[in-house]
Design a protein around this ligand. Structure first.
Ligand code: CMC
Length: 430
């Protein structure tokens, strides 16, 4: 962080100098840490519209230019040239693996895929129709019970092993959530398959017959994982950081991230988007829904549209649209009703003044639901797939935070609007 100049804030006629830091790219920041000491005032930014909550070297987004970089590499290049575990290695370690490192990393992850047999029994505590995200919050949180005593978060090796465990076990845990809901036997991982092919086999295979993953579909799912692997300081990542800032167990922190991701304004949007497309049902009804989305008195929003940071286009949405074509072609579903509907909805919204003026564009979730549905993934599991992918980003961000010698517990303050101090009246006077 370079300090090149100060910003001067005038409060009640008094000038306060605050240092300005520049990163490698992106907006500079004003360091307000001394603001309270100097003025007795806090800043107020409830949705973090103008707040950099940390410094980070992992992911960079330029929302106006539609740029997303993991460790400096454009998402388009990573999606074209790498598999998910290479991207995971990059996000965790800062550099792409060479051939030897890739082989080593793939082997390490494969050797951690099984879960403790006792954890398998944990699933029986859930209703069989439980939402998979409820299961994931519980089961991933429960991992902390298995690794708590042996875990020293101040030890870099322990943090690395935790990252490997999480990345390796999440596909197994997500697939088990799916199998449990269907009443099918859990499938053990198989080490001769790639990360994503293995996940698909654990999802769609059964012990009675062999499941041979289709390489085009494996590649499509792998791309979904790459596109969702990290996204800077979004709500769930900030949740993981805040939970972790107290020194909590990383498995518990990731469970907190999963809980946050579940919401429809965040990771739950892919599920909500597909439900919305089903509800619209036909191109002839698009106008009616666009009208509702624009109506201030209607809470309906066009799911899969809009983003806090991307105000021009979401580069992930472009790649996802491309993947959508590939998957539908591979499966002979070119005439897929929902895909046609999505394309029509996108076109109409992109030409509409309301969406243009508010800079609302399709986000990654707009097309990912259609791809996942075509892959055979049930709608309720979409956000679980997102959680599987984002676990890489969460644990890398958590590790970056814990490794920072300046790290402090996250403790925001508030603008208090409640009652001033008063005395408790006796019962007969209340
Ligand atoms: N449909 C209709 N109007 C919208 C939409 C939408 N999808 N998104 C935003 N607006 C309007 C919003 O009502 C507001 O209008 P006004 O200025 O009149 O009050 C204006 O656009 C600005 O929106 P905002 O809600 O203040 O923006 P935000 O940055 O707080 O929210 C968002 C961003 C993604 C939560 C929001 O756009 C949204 O709810 N979109 C639908 C859900 C969705 O697709 N979420 C997935 C995000 S990408 C995946 C991920 O990273 O999790």
């Amino acid at each position: 962080m370079n300090t090149q100049r100060n910003a001067t804030l005038t409060v009640d006629g008094k000038n306060i100098d605050l240092p300005v830091y520049s990163g490698s790219i992106g907006p500079e920041v004003i360091d307000i840490r001394q603001l309270y000491a100097k003025t007795g005032m806090f800043t107020f930014d409830p949705g973090f519209m103008s707040t950099a909550a940390c410094k980070s070297a992992i992911t960079y987004i330029d929302g106006d230019a539609g740029v997303l970089l993991y460790r400096g590499y454009p998402i388009e290049q990573l999606a074209q040239n790498c598999d998910f575990l290479e991207v995971a290695f990059l996000i965790l370690k800062g550099e792409l693996p060479n051939a030897r490192e890739k082989e080593e990393f793939d082997t390490i992850i494969k050797r951690h895929t099984m879960v403790h047999e006792q954890l398998i029994r944990f699933y029986s505590g859930f209703r069989r129709d439980a939402h998979p995200m409820a299961v994931l919050v519980g089961v991933v949180g429960a991992l902390s019970a298995f690794y708590h005593d042996a875990m020293d978060i101040s030890d870099e090796y322990h943090r690395t092993v935790s990252a490997h465990r999480l990345i390796a076990k999440l596909p197994n845990i997500v697939a088990m959530a799916y199998k449990y809901g269907r009443g099918e036997p859990f499938m053990y991982p198989r080490n001769d398959l790639s990360y994503t092919a293995n996940f698909m086999r654990m999802m769609f295979g059964n012990p009675c017959e062999d499941y041979v993953p289709n390489p085009v579909l494996v590649r499509a799912l792998d791309r979904i994982l790459i596109l969702h692997a990290d996204h800077e300081q979004n709500a769930s990542t900030s949740t993981v950081r805040l939970a972790g800032s107290s020194g909590a167990n990383p498995f518990a922190c990731i469970s907190a991230g999963i809980a946050c991701l579940w919401g429809p304004a965040h990771g739950g949007a892919n599920e909500a988007c597909l439900q919305m497309l089903e509800e619209i049902g036909d191109v002839s009804r698009v106008g009616e829904y666009i009208k509702r989305a624009k109506d201030k008195n209607d809470s309906f929003k066009l799911m899969g549209f809009g983003h806090r940071v991307y105000k021009n286009f979401d580069p992930r949405a472009k790649l996802m649209r491309e993947t959508c074509h590939e998957v539908l072609n591979e499966l002979g579903l070119h005439d897929d009703r929902l895909f046609k509907l999505a394309v029509a909805l996108e076109k109409i919204a992109l030409e509409d003044d309301y969406f243009v003026s508010k800079k609302l564009y399709p986000n990654v979730d707009f097309y990912s639901g259609i791809v996942q549905r075509a892959l055979g993934i049930p709608t309720q599991l979409f956000t679980g797939i997102f959680a599987l992918a984002r676990t890489v980003g969460w644990i890398a961000q958590w590790n970056e935070m814990i490794s920072d010698p300046e790290q402090k517990i996250g403790r925001p303050r508030q603008l208090f609007t409640g009652a001033e101090q008063r005395n408790v009246p006796p019962m007969d006077k209340r």
